[in-house]
Design a protein around this ligand. Structure first.
Ligand code: HEC
Length: 149
């Protein structure tokens, strides 16, 4: 009897561990959506400074640009075969048809952001001047590779 209870308890434990693992090993759709959310938040922080809604803060500028830079380099790896649909993805099938061009667009964003990081915008006007060219990359990729919902 005792043994049975023990067996049932350890089975329960196994079940719980299994569920936690599934939650941690996120699907690529969720990973890339979170990456883009972070990029969106970073652009929002930069835009707020550019518009004077928030005071210039070199640390916010640096962290925001660094986030966008990191995502630009890892984002294209989040589109393995089998992740074309599901999890409300807005990824266009064209990503898998024109992978090189898709990767080139992410690389261009990385190049532009890294150039901005190298000479960190030192005031509101410099942030405003920098986010225009960076922002062009967003629309330039979304136009082709993000489905409108
Ligand atoms: C190389 C292509 C590419 C570039 C460059 C790019 N995006 Fe995206 N973005 C995508 C794709 C593809 C999706 C849809 C991902 C999905 O749903 O699986 C997306 C989704 C998003 C989302 C929605 C995330 C969500 O699910 O809630 C936001 C916000 C976003 N992008 C912001 C930006 C901003 C801001 C920039 C520029 C700094 C940018 N993106 C640059 C391809 C790109």
């Amino acid at each position: 009897m005792k043994l049975k209870i023990f067996a049932a308890a350890s089975l329960l434990c196994l079940g719980a561990a299994g569920a936690a693992e599934v939650a941690m090993a996120q699907e690529p759709q969720a990973v890339r959506q979170q990456m883009m959310k972070d990029v969106g938040r970073s652009m929002g922080a930069l835009a707020a400074i550019a518009k004077g809604e928030k005071p210039y803060d070199a640390e916010v500028v640096r962290v925001s640009l660094t986030t966008i830079s990191q995502v630009s380099k890892t984002f294209p790896d989040q589109f393995p075969a089998g992740s074309e649909t599901g999890a409300e993805t807005e990824a266009s099938p064209k990503i898998w048809e024109n992978t090189d061009d898709f990767r080139a667009k992410a690389a261009q964003l990385g190049k532009d952001v890294d150039a901005t990081l190298a000479a960190l915008p030192g005031d509101q006007a410099a942030v405003a001047a920098a986010i225009g060219p960076i922002g062009k990359n967003c629309g330039g990729c979304h136009e082709t590779y993000r489905l409108k919902k």
